[in-house]
Design a protein around this ligand. Structure first.
Ligand SMILES: Nc1ncnc2c1ncn2[C@@H]1O[C@H](COP(=O)(O)OP(=O)(O)OP(=O)(O)O)[C@@H](O)[C@H]1O
Length: 301
């Protein structure tokens, strides 16, 4: 884990094979309560993600980031448009197809405190997806040990319960669970926003390391431009259910064209842009420092 906040995702390779493609996607939730009419959460979304690539999805609360991730996972209704995975239309994939797809398409949620079953030992949490896909108990335990090692947790975690771990360690368990079946794409929905700054940095580094080791792709949802810049090859900016800008992470997050992205960049109690940049630089320095200190002290994230 040596990456710093300014040396995150590797530059995008030009000729990545396309893994996920979303064309003209519209998502409408059925209306209920005060929203008697269907509510259009996404309008004409077009994105693609290559193999080993990270697309960062950024935008304010309610802009539709989670809905887009949910649509990819088959959890939100596709009203119009198309979602293609490895060239196959999965927009309306049924249960059986989804079960097959779950080998390749996984998710890490925001809250490490509620996303793990508190009654299960870590070994059982990690073995669960393997058992569902028919892996034998012996092979599953070998894989569980591999996964713990991959996410930087000790092998004795197998017999411990989630409550015995910190937020960062629990998120490592959630990442290990997502990795169990060697997926091709992981939808990461605000996976570091519940963590403190130094833990955020270490977990982001873990995501990067895993991508380098396995070639997995990420659809990485975050409201935090710093986080998205660090982890992503490309960034798409969402506003009121639409993508208003997308392009290389560095360009979009440092020199955005769209006024909404410019506002997002400046969304800070510090009004002066120079001080804003200063604040960001300070934050990066702080993160690096904390990470170095933790590493020297051998403190797990
Ligand atoms: N199941 C649902 N039924 C109806 N409306 C929904 C549902 N889920 C989300 N919405 C609405 O869709 C819009 C987009 O929500 P979404 O959660 O995708 O945004 P977001 O950018 O991820 O926001 P946040 O960061 O707060 O999660 C919001 O107006 C939300 O109220």
């Amino acid at each position: 884990m040596t990456a710093t906040l300014d040396s995150g995702a590797a530059p995008a390779a030009r000729d990545r094979a396309e893994l996920l493609r979303v064309d003209d996607l519209v998502v409408e939730y059925p209306g209920k309560g005060f929203r008697a009419k269907p509510f259009r959460a996404l309008t004409d979304i077009n994105i693609s993600i290559g193999q080993g690539e990270t697309l960062g999805l950024v935008g304010e609360s309610g802009s539709g980031k989670t809905t887009l991730g949910r649509a990819v996972l088959g959890l939100a209704p596709v009203t119009a448009g198309r979602i293609t995975f490895e060239g196959k239309d999965i927009s309306h994939a049924g249960r059986k197809d989804r079960r097959t797809l779950s080998r390749d398409l996984q998710v890490v949620f925001q809250d490490p405190y509620t996303s793990l079953n508190p009654a299960l030992e870590i070994g059982d949490i990690l073995a669960e997806p393997l058992a569902v896909q028919g892996t034998s108990p012996t092979a599953a335990m070998t894989r569980v040990r591999e996964l713990l090692d991959q996410v930087g947790l000790p092998s004795d975690a197998i017999h411990r319960l989630p409550r015995e771990f910190s937020g960062g360690q629990r998120q490592r368990v959630a990442i290990a669970r997502a990795l169990a079946l060697s997926p091709k794409l992981i939808v990461c929905d605000e996976p570091v926003s519940a963590l403190d700054l130094s833990t955020q940095a270490r977990v982001l580094d873990l995501f990067l390391q895993i991508q380098r080791d396995t070639g997995v792709s990420y659809l990485f949802v975050s409201h935090d431009l710093d986080v998205v810049r660090h982890i992503s090859h490309r960034v798409a900016v969402m506003y009121h259910g639409e993508i208003v800008e997308q392009g290389p992470a560095d360009v979009v997050t440092r020199d955005p064209e769209h006024p909404y992205t410019q506002r997002l960049l400046l969304a800070s109690p510090v009004p002066d842009p120079d001080r804003q940049e200063q604040r960001r630089a300070d934050r990066h320095r702080l993160l690096d420092l904390q990470r170095q200190q933790n590493e020297q002290a051998g403190v797990p994230a």
